[in-house]
Design a protein around this ligand. Structure first.
Ligand code: SF4
Length: 59
C-alpha cells in the first residue's frame, strides 16, 4: 500500500523512491530541496509526468 495515494509523486518521473521503516513509508524526492516533500503533494512545480507507472495502485 502506498502512502498518500492521492500524491502527485506517485505519477512523477523525478523519480521518487519509497523509504520504508518499521512503522512508515516515506516518499523521497531527488529534486525537492529537503528530499521529503510534505505529503500529500497535490501540486508541484518540479513535477514531470512519468510515461508508465511500474507500480499502479490497486483498483
Ligand atoms: S518532483 Fe514534485 S511531484 Fe515529483 S516526486 Fe518530487 S515532490 Fe513529488
Amino acid at each position: 500500500m502506498r502512502p498518500f495515494p492521492e500524491s502527485l509523486c506517485h505519477r512523477c518521473g523525478a523519480p521518487p523512491r519509497y523509504v520504508r521503516t518499521s512503522s512508515s513509508v516515506y516518499i523521497w524526492c531527488p529534486l525537492f530541496e529537503n528530499h521529503y516533500p510534505r505529503q500529500p503533494v497535490l501540486a508541484c512545480p518540479l513535477f514531470r509526468a512519468r510515461g508508465v507507472d511500474p507500480d499502479p495502485p490497486a483498483p
